[in-house]
Design a protein around this ligand. Structure first.
Ligand code: AMP
Length: 189
């Protein structure tokens, strides 16, 4: 089973991905985590990504699609994977379609976690305080930019999956357990 978790920063994608991963034995593919790992390792990819991430902008489609194409070939993805934070643009979604087609794989469900924007700002501010400023992109101005980027570049991915009949909308304002239960109700048996 291959799933896309979709939603703005702070919607709870990471938390839900962690639960789905354990229950269904899937690989959790967070492109944000992959980029942060590359930064921590000081790789060329990390150096390129850091400047862009610190502004809250998106790294190039070509770069991130290359990372994902390699990652989904790894052994732990054989039973299925959860994409968290990818695709974030329409060209990324189209590239993913081609990638999966060439590997005779497909997406089973795209889960959109819906949360109102004010709540997101609060959640992210809390995450910033708790992580002691580990994530350079959790500051107020950068967050505002990340929200704009989400609305302008990422939200247009939704109609693409809706047209394919794959989109499922979940109310992200509920408790974590209730969100998990709603997601589960949309997954193929
Ligand atoms: P995230 O942890 O998913 O919020 O990602 C943190 C940052 O990594 C984003 O603000 C982007 O700068 C970058 N990033 C993560 N995933 C992608 C993606 N699919 N396309 C472009 N940039 C990405």
């Amino acid at each position: 089973m291959n799933i896309i978790l979709f939603g703005p920063p702070g919607a709870g994608k990471g938390t839900q991905a962690d639960r789905l991963k354990k229950k269904h034995v899937l690989a959790h593919l967070s492109t944000g985590d992959m980029l942060r790992a590359a930064i921590a390792e000081g790789t060329e990819l990390g150096k390129q990504a850091k400047v862009i991430m610190d502004r809250g902008d998106l790294v190039s489609d070509q770069l991130i699609c290359g990372v994902v194409a390699e990652r989904i070939e790894e052994a732990d993805c054989a039973n299925g994977f959860i994409l968290d934070g990818f695709p974030r643009t329409l060209p990324q979604a189209e590239s993913l379609d081609r990638m999966l087609k060439s590997k005779a794989k497909n997406i089973d469900a795209v889960i959109q976690i819906k949360v109102v924007e004010d709540v997101l700002v609060e959640r992210i501010a809390k995450r910033a305080r708790e992580s002691g400023g580990n994530r350079g992109d959790d500051t107020h101005e950068v967050l505002k930019n990340r929200m704009n980027v989400y609305n302008q570049q990422t939200a247009p991915v939704l109609p693409h999956y809706d047209a394919l009949g794959l989109l499922r909308v979940v109310d992200g304002m509920q408790s974590i357990d209730a969100v998990t239960a709603e997601i589960e109700s949309h997954l193929p048996r």
